[in-house]
Design a protein around this ligand. Structure first.
Ligand code: DP6
Length: 325
């Protein structure tokens, strides 16, 4: 087989119904399902170049040499599948700050497995790519698909049914997203660690899990019917419950800054005044505002005016991961 480099892109995704906790850490199997939207403008581009003469995988992240430890097991699986034992040069670029709560691991692993599948000619379908991406990072399984996406927790011990699938494409309901960046520092507690700690020490974790089926059902229905009121209710509730479970861990995890909370209040007051907008917050201090089509610009202007908001980024819903060359 001739070794051809391949480049793929994948968009970040934002969970409306959050993934928070694993049923198996080794295989990265989520304790419950989740529902997300994939973004067009916030993306990772990754090139995988298998090289006959390299002794180890090499990773360059945003132009800087980085430790390949987290991508090696992913590449090992493509080497095993293809029977081609070549180490790889991997170059990856995010067009948004890494480690700042914008889920760079999601778009990163989705782009990586899509590029690796092309470079090693393994011919996986979207389900297979989603499983490979999940093994890198749970939320990455969702970035294989565009638009509205549901991740299944699955029940099998081998994880073969724990993958994402498409609920609806972006044109079905072209919502907009505004990300308010309140700090560029890397987050204090990474999501893997935060969810493991919450699961093992928070008295609220069982309550979090017990509400998941109802939340997933409500979000699925809201998306199918384009019912923004229902989507607002489940999105804000899921985010607040996730953070409540983390706050109640021992010791508690507090991801929010003052500007985070100010954004949440502003979004609620805009909604009371008639703007179609709601919030969600992941394992970090950034706020993501989910807006009805056409309302993103107005929301971006208001959030940019809040003290402590360093930057706002506007995005639309976009396609799934794809090979670009
Ligand atoms: C809060 O996918 O980063 O963003 O599977 O351990 O890599 P690992 O975790 P990760 O967790 C994402 C958590 C979240 C919610 C979500 O995206 O659903």
């Amino acid at each position: 087989m001739s070794l051809q480099p391949a480049t793929a892109r994948a968009g970040a995704n934002i969970a409306l119904v959050k993934y928070w906790g694993k049923r198996d850490s080794g295989l990265n199997l989520p304790a419950a399902g989740s529902i997300s939207i994939t973004l067009a403008e916030l993306e990772t581009q990754t090139t995988v170049a298998p090289m006959a003469d390299l002794s180890d995988d090499r990773l360059e992240l945003d132009g800087q040499s980085a430790d390949p430890a987290r991508i090696r097991p992913v590449l090992d699986r493509f080497r095993a599948r293809s029977g081609v034992d070549a180490r790889c040069r991997v170059e990856t670029r995010n067009n948004f700050p890494t480690g700042a709560g914008l889920a760079s691991s999601a778009s990163g692993f989705a782009a990586l497995v899509t590029a690796a599948d092309a470079a090693f000619a393994t011919g996986l379908d979207e389900r297979g790519l989603s499983i490979e991406a999940r093994l890198g990072s749970g939320s990455a399984a969702r970035s294989i698909f565009g638009g509205f996406v549901e991740m299944a927790s699955g029940t099998r011990v081998d994880g073969s049914d724990a993958h994402a699938s498409a609920l609806a494409d972006a044109p079905h309901w072209p919502l907009e997203v505004v990300v308010a960046i309140t700090t560029r520092q890397a987050k204090a507690v990474a999501s893997t660690e935060g969810m493991n700690h919450t699961m093992s020490t928070s008295p609220y974790y069982p309550a979090w899990l017990s509400g998941m089926d109802a939340d997933l059902e409500q979000a699925r229905n809201a998306i199918a019917r384009r019912d923004f009121e229902q989507l607002v209710a489940v999105t804000e509730s899921s985010a607040l419950k996730m953070h409540a479970s983390a706050l109640a861990a021992q010791p508690g995890i507090l991801y929010w800054h003052a500007a985070t909370v100010a954004c949440l209040h502003e979004i609620r007051s805009m909604r009371l005044a008639g703007t179609g907008v709601c919030f969600t917050v992941d394992a970090g201090p950034q706020v993501k505002a989910v807006c009805l089509p056409g309302q993103g610009k107005r929301v971006a202007r208001r959030l940019a005016d809040i003290d402590g908001v360093e930057q706002v980024v506007q995005a639309r819903l976009g396609p799934g991961a794809e090979v670009v060359s």
